[in-house]
Design a protein around this ligand. Structure first.
Ligand SMILES: Nc1ncnc2c1ncn2[C@@H]1O[C@H](COP(=O)(O)OP(=O)(O)O)[C@@H](O)[C@H]1O
Ligand SMILES: [Mg+2]
Length: 282
């Protein structure tokens, strides 16, 4: 079998502050090929910290250990900061919930796309501009000429998210980590953004890690799902099998059915058992 693009074994992330120890991630292991992997779990279960560790963007206070964290031929645990900067710019892209954190608030969005394009391709300004227009069209922005001239605060949440996706995909990353990319959006806009993401991921043949607290959405959108509880992977299963999941935690997440038109951050999980933390991941 071909080596997976990403291979993680026994990832642990611990925070220590003022005598308090938080084990944010405990022994997480998974492989990722050319597929869409969902990571689900209630708030605080370690989804974001797992994603950030892959880009080596954990908070400075985080202690990270792993038996293996391999991306292509690169050992992410031992890569130099310089190598990591190159990887972040070219090979692994991250899409966050709020594009406002990732866009420069003072620069027209079209220009930001054009500049990003010029960082990855040797082209002149006018060529970069028309490429940026094409990128805006590829994320289904109908009037790219007008949108090109807007500042980040002048675009809607859904449009901002599509602009971010366009920018991230310029570099043709091999891996995209999307952390709750649509949680701030309402249902119609969410569908648009997801279909744009899907289209571009499929076209580029990139792998995707899609972090969400919404199991229904992940079941539809992803190929495989990791279910996390208090830093542990409780289940690793095909998305199509999610509906038949046996684990009481997963069942709880499914039964709490967050309504699509009423996104919520925290899911009510009726059953909890400390023994879940010791059982081997299914
Ligand atoms: N900077 C930090 N310092 C201490 N603990 C943190 C920090 N960031 C996250 N944590 C803890 O790590 C755990 C996992 O957080 P996170 O990965 O953000 O959860 P999720 O994305 O699943 O909601 C939580 O218990 C959170 O309190
Ligand atoms: Mg999170």
């Amino acid at each position: 079998m071909q080596d997976p693009l990403l291979s993680v074994r026994d990832l642990n992330i611990t925070f220590r502050s003022e005598g308090r120890v938080t084990q944010a991630v405990r022994g997480v292991s998974f492989d990722l090929g050319a597929e869409k992997l969902g990571i689900v779990g209630e708030s605080g279960s370690g989804k974001s910290q797992t994603g950030r560790a892959l880009m080596r963007l954990s908070p400075p206070s985080a202690e990270i250990t792993a038996e293996r964290m391999q991306f292509g031929g690169i050992d992410l645990l031992r890569a130099s900061e310089r190598q990591m900067m190159r990887i972040r710019g070219n090979d692994i892209a991250m899409i966050l919930q709020d594009p406002k954190y990732s866009l420069n608030p003072l620069m027209k969005v079209g220009k930001q796309i054009a500049e990003a394009y010029r960082m990855h391709h040797r082209v002149g300004r006018s060529e970069a501009r028309s490429r940026a227009m094409a990128m805006l069209e590829s994320v289904h922005i109908r009037d790219p000429e007008r949108v090109y001239e807007l500042l980040p605060h002048e675009v809607s949440g859904g449009m901002g998210q599509r602009i971010m996706i366009a920018m991230m995909l310029i570099a043709e990353p091999k891996l995209i980590i999307a952390d709750e990319p649509t949680s701030a959006l309402d249902v119609t806009v969410r569908r648009q953004v997801l279909s744009v993401l899907q289209e571009l991921v499929d076209r580029a043949g990139a792998s995707l890690i899609f972090i969400s607290h919404d199991l229904n959405l992940v079941a539809d959108f992803c190929d495989r799902v990791l279910v996390m509880y208090r830093g542990r992977v409780l289940e690793n299963l095909p998305a199509a099998a999610l509906g038949q999941a046996r684990h009481p935690y997963t069942r709880g997440l499914l039964d709490s059915l967050p309504r699509l038109d009423h996104p919520c951050d925290e899911l009510a999980v009726p059953v909890r058992d400390p023994a879940w933390l010791d059982a081997p991941a299914a």
